[in-house]
Ligand binder design. Sequence first.
Ligand SMILES: Cc1cc2nc3c(=O)[nH]c(=O)nc-3n(C[C@H](O)[C@H](O)[C@H](O)COP(=O)(O)O)c2cc1C
Length: 402
Amino acid sequence: MKEILESKRVLIGITGGIAAYKVNFLIRELKKMGADVRVIITGAGKEFVSVLTLETLSNNEVYSELFPKTGDKRIPHIELARWADCFLVCPATANFIAKSALGLADDLLSTVFISYNSNVIIAPSMNENMYLNKVVQENIRKLREGGHIIIEPEIGELACKEEGIGRLASIEKIIDWIKNVLIYRDEFKGKKVLVTAGRTEEPIDPVRYISNYSTGKMGFSIAEEANLKGGEVTLISGPTFLKPSSNIKYIPVKTAEEMAEAVKKEFLRNDVLIMTAAVSDYKPKRVSKSKIKRENERIQIELVKNEDILESIGKAKGNKITVGFSLETEDEISNSIKKLKKKNLDFIVVNNPLVDGAGFGKDTNVVKIIDKDENIESLPQMTKNELAIIILNKILKLMNER
Ligand SMILES: Cc1cc2nc3c(=O)[nH]c(=O)nc-3n(C[C@H](O)[C@H](O)[C@H](O)COP(=O)(O)O)c2cc1C
């Protein structure tokens, strides 16, 4: 993995946002991966990060001036635009976004920006009110429509001490996008991928439900990675605090019945179904119209089986690829093989939430993957993003074999 970006030329534009200091860490990581990095910084950017640090980390001159010094015959904006394999603007201020949406070219960065017509990635970062401002959103929409990749900022504590959307996306995510643009882009281009995530909630009365601890992290990771690889992604999820990227078609649902209905409808137009959702096996037979009162010593709630979505789909899957997840706390292999066969899956990912590093809400997972021929692959503990990539690569291989 070390030299994964060997000889790739990454041009980074830094603008005057408080998150500019994070670019130091980004450059260090890119250099470790073998990339050649050059930096353009705006006048405001220099207020936030030291040119000397950037030059030392990138091992290259840092560019800022549109007009070369007397005697220097180079035209920096043309040279830099020709040089780059990929152009990342990080952090991108509201000001830079507005200028680039209008096509203004009044400093080196904005001039290189409109001279460059290849792989552009923009990572905005700003205060929430700025980010949600209608004009800023309109400018972002224009840039996205122009084919540029926008890495949406995250929700969290902002430098202004407010909590909200606007924090620069994680360095890991930005590097994922760079790798994707330079190496993996388009592996899923033209492929339609349907992912389910999270838990379902089965109502008992208007204020209570039966559910489980699933947060949706695994399914969201798969959806995001498939999106990164150029797939047309639909994500159906039960209740969750997670937010998908805006170019993922998102269908929020609550109950197993709603999920089954949405999956059946969407499955027809998709090539792949990856079902990570922890769908409730049972639901209350009757849902009380009013809140059940605390009167009797005991009450009984009769449960009835929910439809097994994958089993219904497996019968008519044709040439499509279906992948299931199984959650077992005992006899995981034999139970999962039974599910694999019964649901006519291409492969099944077996979780045991009781294993260290696995389970609901965690960022890591420990799984085994069982294929149609009952080959079992035991994977070490890894992040859900890493696992998502392994699953998608497996699907890609199956698609290419067909
Ligand atoms: C302390 C401070 C922090 C700032 N942080 C941000 C920020 O995070 N995002 C942003 O869009 N603008 C921020 N600004 C405003 C920009 O620096 C300002 O709009 C500037 O004109 C941007 O210039 P540039 O886009 O050419 O780099 C900040 C300003 C100050 C004084």
